[in-house]
Ligand binder design. Structure first.
Ligand SMILES: CC(C)(COP(=O)(O)OP(=O)(O)OC[C@H]1O[C@@H](n2cnc3c(N)ncnc32)[C@H](O)[C@@H]1OP(=O)(O)O)[C@@H](O)C(=O)NCCC(=O)NCCS
Length: 164
């Protein structure tokens, strides 16, 4: 199992029941989940377990640890269009410290070193200015707005699509 060390963080798979509880409480916060397209609300322990089972064989789907504490998630998921989609989230207590940018930067570096010229995309719901900023800092270019269904909002929302 991979472990990616960044300047301040470690990216790795969650291991313990405590890790799962920590994901559920942090991502289950409406202020976090409302910006994520594929996470239901309310978010349960079972939801988290099934997600972790599904993503178990994707070594690019990782959680973010600060001093051994799980504080978020970052991942690259391969889609049918052959693009890897970058996604990330942080528990609210950890916003505004550059952790999303730092985690994504190191994961992208790892993936670009390992995969053969991967195509990488991402996107953010248009009111999510912090996420737009993260993607800009990572070098993503905006390519247009499209409708994307949000599992938490339970409706289609405008998403800015970006590619690297
Ligand atoms: C989006 C999210 C991951 C950002 O994490 P973070 O670690 O706080 O992000 P960073 O600190 O790396 O960068 C955020 C940038 O947005 C800026 N920013 C913060 N609030 C802002 C606002 N209201 N308007 C514009 N920019 C803002 C920050 O200043 C920072 O840019 P800077 O380094 O140039 O100052 C975090 O807020 C989160 O988990 N949100 C909920 C889930 C989510 O939105 N996930 C992404 C889905 S696309």
């Amino acid at each position: 199992m991979i472990e990616i060390k960044t300047d301040r963080l470690i990216l790795k798979k969650p291991k313990s029941k405590q890790d799962i509880l920590s994901i559920v409480s942090q991502i289950g916060d409406w202020e976090v989940v409302k910006w994520l397209a594929m996470v239901p609300y309310p978010y349960t322990y079972n939801d988290c377990e099934s997600y972790l089972k599904e993503s178990n064989n994707n070594e690019l789907a990782l959680n973010i640890f600060l001093d051994n504490q799980l504080i978020g998630g970052v991942g690259l998921h391969l889609h049918n269009d052959n693009y890897y989609e970058l996604g990330y989230w942080l528990g609210k207590d950890y916003w505004g410290k550059g952790y999303a940018t730092e985690s994504s930067k190191y994961l992208l570096e790892y993936a670009l070193g390992k995969l053969d010229s991967p195509k990488i995309k991402s996107g953010y719901f248009i009111d999510n200015l912090p996420s737009g900023n993260v993607l800009k800092k990572l070098g993503f270019k905006e390519i247009g707005i499209e409708k994307r269904y949000s599992d938490s909002m339970k409706k289609e929302m405008d998403m800015m699509k970006v590619i690297l």
